[in-house]
Design a protein around this ligand. Structure first.
Ligand code: FDA
Length: 292
């Protein structure tokens, strides 16, 4: 299936548009191109739901090599290029302490390269464990970033807990299919929850990372950030989605970080997103049709 998708003209252009490539060098090259346009990056070595310790180890090694190469290329200074890590890719489903140890090794690699790690957030059954891992990592690596998903009913409270000095928090809408018992279901409810969470983060002492392509939410973030100095918060968008807007915000002096997935497990990244939520098919098709 992967070969068919990679070979068909339309889907090949989808892959190229949303995934930087399969190799470390591709990720470094994409980061360099973004940097030339004044954009920072968070790199995601694709792969998740690892069920073998050996595979988790391969993921750790991939991140360590990437961080070293980014450092050698001069792309990590001041956190310009950091990495995003899914705990399930480094062993969370096998053993939480294995995932913590592996995440710690990636944090060490990031520190050696002069940069940081953000732990992606996965489905709601992992939220507590992931936030606990963030807390533990922050004891040694205080700049470890957390991700909160506005669609979860609990998230406004999590924002209050995490809006402390030095706390880097990425706020996204959330990408998993979640039950009504834990998550808002309608777009309107999710958007309103996003704004409530954003207010908490922007009023707090931490470093909000506004991860959305939604023009209304970006405009609201812009207003809420008026009292903040530039550089005390940032916008984040996915590689290949609204690149024109990414550059427009950067040209206005905003900090903009692009989430860059790479690696040979891109098939799962694309297909999972399309399969999980039908709305994501429209999301990707819309992204293909526009560069603004
Ligand atoms: P949404 O998809 O709801 O779109 C809202 C509006 O934005 C649209 O109506 C349209 O106006 C505009 N828009 C969107 N795409 C457009 C396009 N291509 N062209 C023009 N207009 C467009 N999720 C998760 O569960 N865990 C995580 O760790 C992360 N991490 C993460 C990092 C970063 C940097 C980003 C940007 C996102 C994530 N996500 C995530 C994914 C996130 O939860 C969410 O699924 C997607 O970002 C889609 O939500 P949006 O807020 O972009 O708006």
């Amino acid at each position: 299936m992967k070969a068919v998708v990679a070979g068909a003209p339309v889907s090949r252009s989808v892959v190229k548009r949303f995934v930087a490539g399969e190799k470390t060098e591709d990720a470094v090259a994409a980061t360099r191109t973004l940097a030339a346009d004044g954009l920072t990056a968070s790199l995601d070595h694709l792969g998740e739901d690892t069920v073998e310790a050996g595979q988790a180890e391969a993921t750790v090694q991939a991140y360590l090599v990437l961080l070293q190469r980014l450092g050698e290329a001069g792309l990590t200074s001041g956190g310009r290029a950091e990495v995003s890590v899914k705990l399930s890719a480094v062993g969370q489903t096998i053993d939480r302490s294995l995932a913590l140890d592996n995440a710690r090794r990636i944090c060490e690699g990031a520190r050696n390269a002069g940069t940081t790690v953000t732990l992606d957030m996965e489905d709601h059954t992992t939220t507590d464990a992931t936030l606990e891992t963030v807390r533990e990592l922050r004891l040694d690596f205080p700049d470890t970033g957390a991700v909160l998903q506005a669609y979860l009913r609990r998230t406004e409270g999590d924002c209050r807990d995490l809006a402390a000095e030095g706390s880097r928090v990425r706020l996204c809408k959330g990408a998993y299919k979640e039950p009504e018992s834990v998550a808002y279901q309608s777009d309107g409810e999710v958007d309103r929850a996003y704004v409530r969470c954003l207010k908490v983060l922007m009023a707090g002492e931490g470093y909000p990372m506004v991860a959305s392509h939604d023009p209304r939410l970006i405009a609201i973030a812009d207003r809420l950030a008026e009292k903040r100095a530039k550089g005390t918060y940032e916008y984040q968008m996915l590689f290949g989605i609204r690149p024109g807007e990414q550059r427009r915000l950067a040209a206005q002096g905003e900090s903009v970080r692009v989430y860059v997935p790479y690696g040979d497990e891109w098939y799962g990244y694309l297909m999972r997103r399309l399969a999980e939520r039908p709305a994501n098919i429209a999301f990707f098709l819309r992204a293909l049709a526009t560069t603004s």
